[in-house]
Design a protein around this ligand. Structure first.
Ligand code: HEM
Ligand SMILES: *[C@@H]1O[C@H](CO)[C@@H](O)[C@H](O)[C@H]1NC(C)=O
Ligand SMILES: CC(=O)N[C@H]1CO[C@H](CO)[C@@H](O)[C@@H]1O
Length: 421
């Protein structure tokens, strides 16, 4: 049976599905995470004067040839970014009132005009921009865009703020149906134990700005090899988990964290330059995070808006969905930790049985990348509020958006989901 119908049958059997009508606005009305208080972004001010769209596609500077239509480009990279003479994709400071948020990759895309410079983007821009700037594989680009839009954006306009709440611009009815938090919303698609961002609880709710102390710790951790490579990132992920576990009484580490093991691989798969042999060194990684090494105090950093390093070339081959699930698996296995959450300090509750792959808070990596892809699909589409995360609750209209976008990418896998009864 093809996946979508399997899912729809599962859903129609679920008691949660019954409470939603196809046009239910409940997704948009869903209360935000209980301790979310503020949505303002570092660069937010009144009014928007920035470019409202990505720089238009130009045949003179095709990059990987992705035009803004949600479809694959050529996948052929090894291209200088920005291309010589392509003023439209040169770095510019974020315009006044622009949104920037927790994702260095997207902040840099906005600063180079691969998505709207004002930080309010949409599905087609995200899919084209990721391919053209970084040579992200089309399949991975689609999955990431869907995740962002479903959790923090608008499924009707397909718009997303990459930072704070921009509901007036992202929503179909200008926000009448509820707030769309943008990527800064905590525990939707923004999580604790990030590489360079504070835990929400530990910083008065700022879990999206660059933290130079954490970046310095990451640099120090990978210091032996001076490389943000697989080994170094595996160790650093473990350090951040332990820090949050010990200091954050509201630490939550749900199964969606698996996806962010994938983001850690972006440091050695997407940020290096193919002009210098794909070395994930500080010179390549730091500018994407906005980290500027201090000249007076070695090992410390200040912040400037995110950008590609000078003379940077994107990767030659696409970084595909299968590539990233292989890496996230390996990174997790470097330092296997329990999924669950703190209810107060020194009081960690492991999650119960979630799927055959996550039982008693432990994740058992599946034998094939295909099964892991199915888990990722399940993480995105599961509508049982308790089963995978404390916030997942997808009504049917959202699910149909997800299926519409993901079926071309994942529908052929024939995933069968085991669920808790
Ligand atoms: C539509 C596409 C994307 C979306 C919606 C997205 C969203 C996010 C979000 C919400 C976070 C914060 C997670 C957390 O709280 O730790 C994040 C982190 C991150 N993203 Fe993205 N992202 C996208 C594409 C990319 C791309 C293309 C790159 C690299 C080229 C990238 C690199 C990163 C990195 C390195 C982090 C970790 C930052 C840290 O933990 O300090 N992302 N992303
Ligand atoms: C950065 O992170 C460190 C370590 O968690 C923390 O002590 C510090 O307060 C954070 N700095 C800012 C500006 O949030
Ligand atoms: C929006 C918000 O809560 N900002 C806070 C972020 O965290 C810093 C301290 O790390 C506070 O000073 C801000 O007020």
């Amino acid at each position: 049976m093809p996946l979508p119908s399997t899912l729809l049958i599962l859903l129609s059997l679920s008691p949660y599905a019954l409470s939603y009508s196809i046009f239910s606005p409940s997704f948009l009305n869903k209360a935000e995470d209980h301790h979310r208080t503020s949505t303002h972004a570092p660069f937010k001010s009144a009014g928007h004067h920035g470019a409202r769209q990505a720089a238009p596609y130009s045949p003179n500077f095709p990059y990987t040839g992705a035009i803004v239509d949600g479809l694959p480009g050529t996948g052929i990279g090894g291209i200088p970014v920005p291309a010589p003479g392509d003023t439209a994709h040169e770095y510019q400071h974020p315009p006044p009132g622009a949104f920037r948020g927790p994702c260095p990759g997207l902040n840099a895309m906005a600063n180079h005009g691969f998505i709207s410079r004002d930080g309010v983007t949409d599905f087609n821009e995200l899919v084209a921009g990721q391919q053209n700037m970084y040579n992200v594989g089309w399949d991975l680009a689609v999955v990431l865009a869907v995740l962002g839009i479903v959790f923090d954006g608008d499924i009707i306009t397909s718009k997303l703020s990459i930072g704070g709440d921009a509901t007036a611009e992202t929503a179909f009815l200008g926000g009448l149906l509820g707030r769309e938090g943008g990527l800064n919303s905590h525990n939707k698609f923004e999580v604790d134990a990030s590489l360079s961002r504070n835990d929400y609880y530990l910083a008065n709710g700022d879990n999206y700005s660059f933290n130079a102390t954490l970046f310095a710790l990451m640099t120090e951790t990978v210091g032996l090899t001076s490389r943000f490579d697989f080994k170094g990132m595996g160790v650093y992920k473990g350090i951040r988990y332990q820090q949050s576990l010990e200091t954050n009484p509201e630490f939550y580490y749900g199964p969606k964290q698996l996806i962010f093991y994938g983001a850690a691989s972006f440091l050695y798969e997407l940020f290096p330059s193919s002009a210098d042999g794909n070395t994930p060194n500080l010179a390549n990684v730091a500018p994407f995070f906005g980290a500027v090494p201090s000249s007076t105090s070695p090992g410390t950093f200040t912040f400037q808006p995110e950008r590609a390093p000078p003379g940077w070339y994107n990767r030659k081959t696409p970084y595909s969905l299968v590539d990233v699930v292989v890496q996230l698996n390996l990174l997790y296995l470097e330092n296997p930790v329990l999924f669950g959450g703190n209810t107060g300090l020194n009081n960690f509750d492991a999650l119960g049985t979630i799927t055959s792959l996550i039982t008693g808070g432990k994740y058992t990596p599946p034998p094939t990348p295909q099964e892991l892809l199915c888990l990722v699909y399940q993480l995105v589409t599961d509508n049982d509020p308790d089963s995978l995360d404390n916030i997942l609750d997808l009504p049917l209209d959202v699910l149909s958006f997800v299926i519409d976008k993901l079926d071309p990418v994942l529908g052929g896998l024939g995933c069968s989901f085991s669920r808790r009864a």
